[in-house]
Design a protein around this ligand. Structure first.
Ligand code: PLP
Length: 392
C-alpha cells in the first residue's frame, strides 16, 4: 500500500455518517432504531421542482455546462440573494456548486495556507475545522455560549482576531445548536472586522428554516461587508434537495474566479438538469417550504418540551435549522457514552456533541427531521433510558 500524502491525515469527518452506518448495522440484526442523527429534511422535493428536473433531462440537459453554473440559474440566484439580503448581486458574483459544501472546500483552498489563522464556531459543522487543518492554517475556535442562545462570546471573538486572521466563519442558523446569531451580535462582529484584511465565510444554508420573527440577519447586508463576505447557501435544506447536490456561493468577483478555477480542476461543472430544477425551486411557489417549516416548528416545540421534562436535561429552544442540542452534563456520564447508550440500548440514533468540537462535549444533538410520531417514540425511549441509567 502506498503512503498517503501528509495533509490527508489532517482531514476530519462527519460523525453523522458513521452513526448512520452503525444504526443500519443494528437494524440488520432486527433492532428498531429511530433515526435522529442525519441532518436532512424528511420531506420530498416539491413536485414542480422534480418535474422541472425531469423535463430538463428530456430536453437534453445531460451534457457539460459552464463551470460556474448556467447563466439563467446564476441570474436567478443573484436576484434571490439581492432581494433577501438587500445587496446588489451580479451574476459574476455567483458560483453554482454540487451542494453547499464545496463553498467551504474551495474558498478555504483558495484563501488559507500555513501562517494564516481562521476563526470558526465551536461546536460547529466539523468540515470547517477539518478544512482549516487540511490547508495547514491555524484553527481558532470561538466557544458558543448556551446562555446567549449559542451565539458567540463576543469578548473572546474580539480577543481572537490577530493580524494573521484571514478568515472568519459564521453559521446562522447553526448546526448543531439551532442557534441564530442576533442582529446586534452580527453588527458587533462586522464592526470588529470591517477594517481588517480578511474574508467572512457566512454559512447561511439554513437561512429559510427559522421559527420566530424576522429572517436571520446576514452580515453581508451591513455597509462595507459584502465586499469581504462569501455567502454559502443552497437548495439541500430549503427545498429538501440533499441528493440533487445543488448549492452556491455569492462572493466578490476575484474569489468567484478563483473558485471557478478550482471547479475546472475538480468537478468541471454542476449537473445541468439539477440546475434547471434549481431555477424552478427559486422562481416557483414557495408553499412547500412554508409547510415544511411549520411542521418542523410543531415537532421542535413538542420534542424540546419532552427533553426538558427529563430530570437533569436541558434543551434551549432552537431558533432555526432542525436540531435540538440538549445539555446532558448533569447525567454524570460523557456525552459520547450517552449517545452510544441511546443508540445501543434505547434504539435512538443521535450524535455526541463532542463530534462538533471540544465545546460540544456534554451535549447531544438530535435532528428532528423525522415524523412527529417517531419523535414522540424517541422521547419516550430517551426518558426511560435516562431514568434507568441514573440508577446505575
Ligand atoms: N453547512 C452546514 C452548516 C450544514 O449543516 C451542511 C449540511 O449538513 C452544509 C453546509 C452542506 O450542505 P450541502 O448538503 O448542500 O452540501
Amino acid at each position: 500500500m502506498t503512503s498517503l500524502a501528509e495533509p490527508i491525515s489532517r482531514l476530519g469527518t462527519e460523525s453523522a455518517f458513521d452513526v448512520l452506518s452503525r444504526a443500519r448495522a443494528l437494524e440488520a440484526q432486527g433492532k428498531d432504531i429511530v433515526h435522529l442523527e442525519i441532518g436532512e429534511p424528511d420531506f420530498d422535493t416539491p413536485r414542480h421542482v422534480i418535474e422541472a428536473g425531469q423535463q430538463a433531462l428530456g430536453a437534453g440537459f445531460t451534457h457539460y455546462g459552464p463551470t460556474p453554473g448556467l447563466p439563467d440559474l446564476r441570474g436567478a440566484i443573484a436576484d434571490y440573494v439581492s432581494t433577501t439580503r438587500g445587496i446588489p448581486v451580479d451574476l459574476h458574483n455567483v458560483v453554482v456548486t454540487p451542494g453547499g459544501k464545496p463553498i467551504i472546500f474551495f474558498p478555504m483552498m483558495a484563501l488559507l495556507g500555513p501562517g494564516d489563522e481562521a476563526i470558526y464556531p465551536n461546536p460547529g459543522f466539523p468540515i470547517y475545522e477539518s478544512m482549516i487543518r487540511y490547508q495547514g492554517a491555524k484553527p481558532v475556535p470561538i466557544p458558543l455560549v448556551e446562555e446567549r442562545g449559542f451565539s458567540f462570546d463576543l469578548d473572546v471573538f474580539r480577543a481572537s482576531l490577530t493580524d494573521k486572521t484571514k478568515m472568519v466563519v459564521l453559521n446562522s442558523p447553526q448546526n448543531p445548536t439551532g442557534g441564530i446569531i442576533p442582529k446586534e451580535d452580527i453588527i458587533a462582529i462586522a464592526d470588529a472586522v470591517r477594517d481588517r484584511n480578511l474574508v467572512i465565510l457566512s454559512d447561511e444554508i439554513y437561512s429559510r428554516i427559522y421559527y420566530e420573527g424576522d429572517a436571520p440577519f446576514s452580515i453581508a447586508s451591513l455597509p462595507g461587508m459584502a465586499e469581504k463576505t462569501i455567502i454559502l447557501d443552497g437548495f439541500s435544506k430549503t427545498y429538501a434537495m440533499t441528493g440533487w447536490r445543488l448549492g452556491y456561493g455569492v462572493m466578490p468577483e476575484y474569489l468567484a474566479i478563483a473558485v471557478g478555477r478550482l471547479m475546472v480542476n475538480s468537478t468541471s461543472c454542476t449537473a445541468t438538469f439539477t440546475q434547471k430544477a434549481g431555477i424552478a425551486a427559486l422562481q416557483g411557489p414557495q408553499d412547500d417550504v412554508d409547510k415544511m417549516v411549520a411542521e418542523f416548528r410543531r415537532r421542535r416545540n413538542a420534542f424540546c418540551a419532552a427533553l426538558n421534562d427529563i430530570p437533569g436535561w436541558r434543551c434551549v429552544l432552537p431558533g432555526g435549522a432542525f436540531y435540538a442540542f440538549a445539555n446532558v452534563k448533569a447525567m454524570g456520564k460523557s456525552s459520547k457514552e450517552i449517545a452510544d447508550g441511546l443508540l445501543n440500548e434505547a434504539g435512538v440514533a443521535c450524535l455526541d456533541g463532542g463530534g462538533f468540537g471540544e465545546y460540544g462535549k456534554g451535549y447531544v444533538r438530535f435532528s428532528y427531521a423525522n415524523s412527529y410520531e417517531n419523535l414522540m417514540k424517541a422521547a419516550e425511549r430517551i426518558k426511560t433510558w435516562a431514568a434507568k441509567s441514573e440508577n446505575r
